[in-house]
Ligand binder design. Structure first.
Ligand SMILES: NC(=O)c1ccc[n+]([C@@H]2O[C@H](COP(=O)([O-])OP(=O)(O)OC[C@H]3O[C@@H](n4cnc5c(N)ncnc54)[C@H](O)[C@@H]3O)[C@@H](O)[C@H]2O)c1
Length: 339
């Protein structure tokens, strides 16, 4: 059976997911597309044999030829489309963020709980990265003892002009927030944000880099260095410190070269290069789960918790205080299953 997927928002990552669905993965085809930029959507549709061009996202969701939906429009528009999919009883893969405010995420969680089954997967693809998965396996196995700390770094080479100072938290660090919750199967209890010396490469008004301290409910502390003008490449680091040892992500993206008394290796140029396998694995998992009649992966609860954590981190950044993260009670729908 081929899953007929409709894509809402065919910008940079929407087109990348269309490429993935069309040329890389199996079991799905792109059956419909739309975008507020209709000319862009038409150009994309023209390259997809048999794909229908819709005037609006809601029209695409209502299309009986669309079995499941991918939402890759701008963050503030996600709520409307995810709610539309839940109302239509269609599975939806929503790129992060699930929605940009706690209130909007709460409405989605409430709608999915009322529907009585999981229909939403959120695109936190690091959970599908082979290195992070190997790290989680070691942590979860208990072979190196109880986890105490995690050190993480998220270094972007540079950011585009539309990137704002707050996006260091809610666009970049949000991935580390999700990793922390998933790695330790735990919620974040409080957040503090420190502001080191500002890089001379930072745009005016930016606090870059930041040091974000996540206190997990268990007592594990995660420190995340977030820097968006690292210049030299896209450098993702992680090390979990346990009672009997440590486990870390490996350093080099390619072969390590040793010559003339020096060691050198490749730093990925960007997040597309670093996480290409994670995106492929994530999407194939979604296709397989939806074809089997359900969903998988990061849930609407995970999307809600990540957005609450981002709001908490921004409050901590702007106040200079340690801010408790307060979540609503987790509904039964999210108490079991993949997280
Ligand atoms: N998982 C990741 O690492 C990752 C990476 C990149 C982007 N993203 C997320 O994907 C989403 C899209 O990001 P992007 O970089 O592709 O942005 P983009 O600006 O390149 O593309 C967004 C597209 O959505 C369209 N759009 C905007 N409002 C719309 C609406 N109401 N209805 C239909 N279409 C609409 C725009 O015209 C544009 O074509 C964002 O939420 C972003 O955070 C996630």
């Amino acid at each position: 059976m081929t899953l007929n997927v409709g894509v809402i928002g065919v910008g940079m990552i929407g087109q990348d997911h269309i490429r993935r669905l069309t040329h890389v993965l199996s079991g799905a085809r792109v059956a419909a597309v739309t975008d507020v930029d209709l000319a862009r959507a038409r150009t994309v549709a023209d390259d997809l044999p048999g794909a229908v061009l819709h005037d609006s996202g809601q029209e695409l969701i209502a299309d009986p030829g669309v079995d499941a939906v991918v939402v890759t429009s701008w963050g503030p528009t996600h709520e409307e489309y995810v709610l539309g999919c839940i109302a239509a009883g269609k599975q939806v893969f929503c790129e992060k963020p699930l929605a940009t405010t706690e209130a909007a995420c709460t409405r989605i969680v409430d709608a999915e709980v009322a529907a009585g089954r999981r229909l939403v997967m959120v695109g936190f693809m690091r959970r599908y990265d082979p290195q992070y998965r190997a790290m989680k396996q070691v942590v979860t196995s208990g072979e190196i003892g109880l986890p105490l700390l995690m050190h993480a770094a998220h270094r972007n080479p540079s950011v585009p002009p539309h990137y704002t100072s707050d996006m260091i938290i809610n666009d970049s660090t949000v991935h580390d927030i999700d990793v922390a919750r998933w790695m330790f199967d735990d919620e974040i209890a409080a957040i503090t944000v420190l502001k080191p010396r500002v890089s001379s490469k930072a745009a005016a008004g930016f606090n870059d880099p930041l040091l974000v301290l996540l206190e997990m409910a268990s007592g594990v502390v995660v420190d995340v260095e977030a820097m968006v003008n690292a210049g030299f490449g896209y450098d993702i680091r992680g090390e979990v410190v346990c009672e009997d040892g440590t486990v870390e992500l490996s350093e080099s993206a390619g072969a390590l070269v040793k010559t003339a008394g020096r060691v050198s290796g490749r730093v990925p140029a960007n997040w597309q290069e670093r996480f290409v396998r994670a995106f492929d694995t994530e999407f194939q998992a979604w296709i397989d789960a939806v074809t089997a009649g359900g969903t998988t992966g990061p849930s609407a609860w995970d999307g809600y918790a990540a957005t609450v954590s981002c709001e908490t981190a921004l409050a901590a950044l702007h106040s200079g205080e340690r801010v408790p993260a307060v979540l609503r009670e987790r509904p039964d729908l999210y108490k079991e299953g993949a997280r």
